[in-house]
Design a protein around this ligand. Structure first.
Ligand SMILES: [Zn+2]
Length: 146
């Protein structure tokens, strides 16, 4: 896992030496492979960005963090969180161009931590009446979720 994480930044900047053992690098399979996820299908190039990304990703290559990440990979909790985020911010919709994504991911995290009835709390905070039907519905959902 540590080698995979350490290969991500060099891979994004066009150096695939560290990608040798990783299936996710398409460049070693297809010589003419074009990146579809980066602007103009080109590698990242900014040295300051590279340094920042290396510093950021370095936090995830420590033995303790790799152990944590390896344990999280197989938990239902992570899958559940991913589903909550996917429901509120489907990949097919482009929410990352605005603050909408932040709000949607925050709503998913709040729902995960506090249950669906968080919506009633938000409504009350903003002096809006949640409504009896809404409150009753979320109580039922949260009870099932238990
Ligand atoms: Zn690569």
């Amino acid at each position: 896992m540590k080698r995979s994480i350490a290969a991500i930044v060099p891979h994004s900047f066009g150096s695939h030496d560290a990608c040798a053992d990783h299936e996710w690098c398409r460049f070693k399979l297809e010589k003419d492979y074009k990146r579809k996820s980066l602007p103009h299908c080109k590698d990242l190039a900014d040295d300051f960005l590279k340094k920042d990304l290396e510093d950021l990703m370095g936090k995830y290559t420590t033995p303790a963090m790799c152990r944590k990440l390896a344990e999280l990979q197989s938990t239902n909790s992570v899958e559940n969180m991913n589903q909550l985020i996917a429901r509120k911010a489907p990949k097919s919709m482009h929410f990352s161009g605005s603050e909408s994504l932040d709000y949607r991911v925050s709503a998913a995290a709040t729902q995960k931590n506090e249950g669906s009835s968080y919506i009633c709390t938000v409504n009350e905070t903003h002096k809006m009446t949640p409504g009896k039907v809404t409150a009753k519905r979320f109580q039922g959902i949260d009870r099932k979720r238990g």
